[in-house]
Design a protein around this ligand. Structure first.
Ligand SMILES: Cc1cc2nc3c(=O)[nH]c(=O)nc-3n(C[C@H](O)[C@H](O)[C@H](O)COP(=O)(O)O)c2cc1C
Length: 224
């Protein structure tokens, strides 16, 4: 598959078949991930690839935290004081739009709204969850290198016929995830992913998020 084709084809997948993903395939995806550039070639990440009973265990812990409205422990506190209110408003409007669109699809298909509302807390039923950590002594700039690695992984997944959904929501219970998986306290969970074969019949997967026109983001400076 051509790279641009994979980039255009990729979208977040929120319903999966139960089929497991082979070790060989997972290794190939992880090899693609670590081929991404990283600051000073630091390769600052650790990947915890979770499947089978251990995946079910994490799902159960997260759903329980959600049901008990546990105190949150997200380790990515990146919001800064001040700044432009419009930036926050734009993101908030985008979130509302996304939620409405997905809830709309579920409604039309007489499906429970919790498929989306709780989905992030069990990785939308994916057979594999990947947690990416870095040492807590490392600064925020290293997070960029993790983003690059994840993007490589998810594009390689497209080529393999696999689907992914980047999951940030469940990290509000990072402390519990780390306890469950034995991730050292010296590491910070930066992000996580759901991974598996897409359920092509699930209405939720028919959703394709839109993008604003380039003019919204791009300033041309000295480019004729
Ligand atoms: C850092 C990050 C965190 C995300 N967390 C979640 C999440 O917790 N739950 C979810 O359903 N989607 C999550 N997403 C997926 C976004 O909602 C999705 O990428 C966006 O709506 C654009 O849709 P697309 O990926 O289908 O193009 C996350 C994406 C990123 C990059």
């Amino acid at each position: 598959m051509e790279l641009l084709e994979a980039i255009k084809k990729r979208k977040s997948i929120r319903a999966y078949l139960p089929d497991s993903v082979s070790q060989e395939t997972l290794r190939e995806l992880l090899r693609a991930a670590v081929l991404a550039p990283s600051g000073s070639n630091s390769q600052p990440y650790k990947f915890y690839v979770v499947a089978g009973q251990r995946k079910k265990q994490v799902d159960a812990v997260l759903l329980n935290c959600l049901d008990e409205s546990r105190t949150t422990s997200n380790e990515l506190h990146m919001q800064r004081e001040g700044g432009d209110e419009k930036a926050q408003e734009r993101i908030s409007a985008r979130r509302t739009e996304l939620t409405r669109a997905i809830m709309g699809i579920l409604n039309e298909n007489d499906l429970p709204l919790e498929l989306f509302a709780r989905g992030s807390f069990h990785y939308f039923g994916a057979p594999v969850a990947i947690f990416v950590t870095m040492d807590q002594s490392l600064g925020e700039n290293y997070i960029l290198s993790i983003g690059a690695a994840i993007e490589n992984l998810i594009l390689a997944a497209v080529e393999k016929g696999l689907g992914t959904c980047w999951i940030g929501m469940s990290l509000m219970y990072s402390k519990e995830i780390k306890e469950t998986l034995g991730i050292p306290a010296t590491e910070r969970i930066i992000t996580s992913l759901a991974l598996g074969y897409p359920d092509g019949n699930a209405p939720i997967n028919s959703f394709k998020a839109s993008r604003d026109p380039l003019e919204t983001f791009v300033q041309w400076i000295g480019c004729d």
